[in-house]
Design a protein around this ligand. Sequence first.
Ligand code: PGA
Length: 238
Amino acid sequence: MQLKIFKNHNELSEFVADRILELVKTTPEAVICLPSGDTPKLMCSILVDKAAKSRADFSRCTFIGLDEWLGIPPENEGSCAYFFRNNLFHAINFTPANIHLFDALAADPEKECEKMDRIIAARGGIDLMVVGIGMNGHIGFNEPGVSFDNYSHVIDLDETTRSVGRKYFNTPVTLSQGITLGLKHLSETRTVILMANGEKKAAIMKQTLEENISNKIPASIIRTHANGIVAIDEAAAN
Ligand code: PGA
């Protein structure tokens, strides 16, 4: 694992956007998994800008959404699907058939998980996975206590995730379960970048990097990844 500390959120976001563009140039059929949330928002806007300037072509790439709030429809502004539509897909030429997001309304969420696992396996695994980190150390919705050996699964959300998650929604919602890629996907991904910015992430970043690697802090798994990059700004490194 490599630790990279950037002056601020902007430089951190630029680094991640550049890594994505570089990958798409060298591997036009790359399989890319991205997160939603406040952390990657700036990265998405830089990526959209740079992709337009460099005429980057994402048409042969596969896009995988990291997670979704179970039961929240894609039209809801707090859903991950809404985030991707408004921050990325409106401006980047992913081929719609190559975009794979969890269906939060699936009648059988277990089947939805199996479907996602099959898609990833059929594409030969994920080339680049970018993730954020929750205040409780989660990655995607891999909450504290989760197995490192899970592929996609449905999970009961931790109290911290339920309350912090309200920040994405303009209307009252009940957040109880999530559907997410598993940490086994992360381990099997060729390159993983964990992003964190801001003072509020400093305490959990310290735990992630310094405490024992265990499912108490799911993000600590990044330290076991040979091509894991922890990319944080000075405030989160504080
Ligand atoms: P954030 O969420 O980017 O909005 O801080 C991160 C996460 O919960 O994974």
